[in-house]
Design a protein around this ligand. Structure first.
Ligand code: AMP
Length: 127
């Protein structure tokens, strides 16, 4: 599979054809601020390689890329000031999750106390 898809919004951010507020970049991963933040801190962590969703992770190379996303999340969370207060890393995948951009992205969200579980009308009390 090609490493880039010329019709993909996030591939265009990787290439610099579309601007973004980039906060982290390495050989495998890019992180930038979500254009429509849902939390005080809302960053997207994406692989440089075009992979449409978690369902499309294949083989050892993609396993390594998935690990890089997790490692980058830790670094980006710390730099955003939420490493200790807490955060979520959410990968919307498929229709029920409302995934809208088909290039893997972890939503790194934090900066405020969250609720759980993330379904309308459901609630769980944590001690
Ligand atoms: P999802 O619905 O899980 O696929 O998430 C896609 C996310 O991408 C949404 O939270 C959007 O606000 C975000 N988004 C869309 N376009 C851009 C952009 N040009 N720069 C930054 N974030 C974007």
């Amino acid at each position: 599979m090609a490493n880039s898809d010329r019709n993909c919004l996030f591939c265009k951010i990787v290439s610099g054809d579309i601007p973004a507020d980039i906060v982290y970049r390495d050989e495998h991963v890019l992180a930038f601020r979500d254009i429509n933040p849902a939390a005080p801190q809302h960053l997207l962590i994406i692989p440089v390689k075009h992979i449409a969703s978690l369902n499309d992770l294949v083989g050892d190379e993609d396993t390594i890329i998935a690990g890089h996303i997790m490692q980058a999340a830790k670094v980006v969370a710390k730099e955003a000031g939420i490493g200790e207060s807490g955060y979520r890393l959410v990968f919307n995948t498929g229709p029920d999750s409302l995934q809208s951009v088909f290039h893997i992205h972890g939503h790194l969200i934090g900066g405020e106390r969250m609720g759980w579980p993330p379904f309308p009308g459901a609630s769980v009390e944590h001690g």
